[in-house]
Design a protein around this ligand. Sequence first.
Ligand SMILES: Nc1nc2c(ncn2[C@@H]2O[C@H](COP(=O)(O)OP(=O)(O)OP(=O)(O)O)[C@@H](O)[C@H]2O)c(=O)[nH]1
Ligand SMILES: [Mg+2]
Length: 460
Amino acid sequence: MSTICAISTAPGVGGIAVIRVSGTDAFALCDKIFHAHREGHTIQSQKAYTLQYGTIENERGETVDNVVIAVFRAPHSFTGEDTVEISCHGSIYIQQQILQLLIQNGCELAKPGEFTQRAFLNGKMDLSQAEAVADLIASTSAGQHRLAMSQMRGGFSRELKILREKLLHITSLMELELDFADHEELEFADRHELKEIAAQIEQTMSKLIHSFKAGNAIKNGIPVAIVGETNAGKSTLLNALLNEEKAIVSDIHGTTRDIIEDTVSIQGQIFRFIDTAGIRDTHDTIEVMGIERSFHALDQAQIILWVIDSTNALEQITNLSPRILPRCQEKELIVVFNKSDLPSVVHSDIAGLPENTHTISISAKQHEGLNQLQTMLIEATHLPQISQADIIITNARHYEALTSALHAIQRVEEGLSSGLSGDFISQDLRECIYHLSDIMGEVTTDEVLGNIFRNFCIGK
Ligand SMILES: Nc1nc2c(ncn2[C@@H]2O[C@H](COP(=O)(O)OP(=O)(O)OP(=O)(O)O)[C@@H](O)[C@H]2O)c(=O)[nH]1
Ligand SMILES: [Mg+2]
């Protein structure tokens, strides 16, 4: 395989940058531009997992930089190939010069994710673990980090392997039976036992599929729609929660006309706050379109913050209850009485709201009551406490494959119950195994692989 190189540290200027070179010729290629500090030393003769000091020189013999070389020998490296890591100074100019010299001497520039792709192809990790590497790099919250770490360590892969072994066991029994189809009295596979194993498999799969909701919420953030009448202070609240002047705030009714959203981490959990156009009767065509979007955002969200101007609370509740409450039945609704800094007659047990509605009084403008609101938000997520040992699905590709596998195993169970002939059952079993293997990347097409790794950053 060709030898590839890339800058593995973040783009821009840092104190130090790392350039990674991986492939059969990594040592020989790097030796062409490296001059060891100690006479007679080379990278090719350098022991694995040691560091060596020296200089990188260009074709005119000028020093580009003083560097430290780390050597990893195949198969004991991240990619499974011979790998060199050049630590140079952080200047973008230096990094580009070294990269250019490597390419001039025969290296190829790595494509995004190519190092991880090679690790996968060389059997250092399965596909779901490789995908976790990308998640780990992208993680910005404690929750995301914990999930990626657990997936990278292979907990999910182990679970899949166990499932697959059980399936293979049933399949081989079923197929053995088919081989002796002439002897009808033969039944190697005890149907009762098979049903039990299939039920166990179905249960484990359902659990994994179920975990996707939590996994997805942790990875992509829990959607929270901020809705209410115009001028209630929705955009002011969005800005306060994000701690940033993201949305325009004004005392003109109908200021926000489109969806404005952003994510923020609260106590290690990512929330995606969606500010919406204030709901009112209007003849303004654009505003009407904006209000339609408000309801769409409400329908998509998991938590609803209904912002009410406390100085006008009763009227707002009466006006909007028929339009908001029916849409919140499956969701967590928090009624936020805003503008608590102004005199008002509102009480949190105000009439007109269903019993057990969560209410809170805040001043978005003065940032009063925000901590309590954040705590309420965390409670409203109902996310289970997740440890690194838990197996949670976070990836839509895995979710789809598992769902297909689940349908196949359900067909197997039905087939077993209704006494369906063995060859049909074993066909469904094979399909189930196929989908599990797909998650681990054992039957995945090059096109799908290409897509997965394209989303990585270069240098990883
Ligand atoms: N006194 C007081 N004024 C507030 C508070 N929150 C918002 N306001 C004011 O209320 C007005 C409307 O605020 P916005 O945040 O633009 O209201 P909105 O709900 O986004 O309004 P639309 O975008 O028109 O639907 C502005 O003048 C804000 O400064 C608050 O807690 N106290
Ligand atoms: Mg607004």
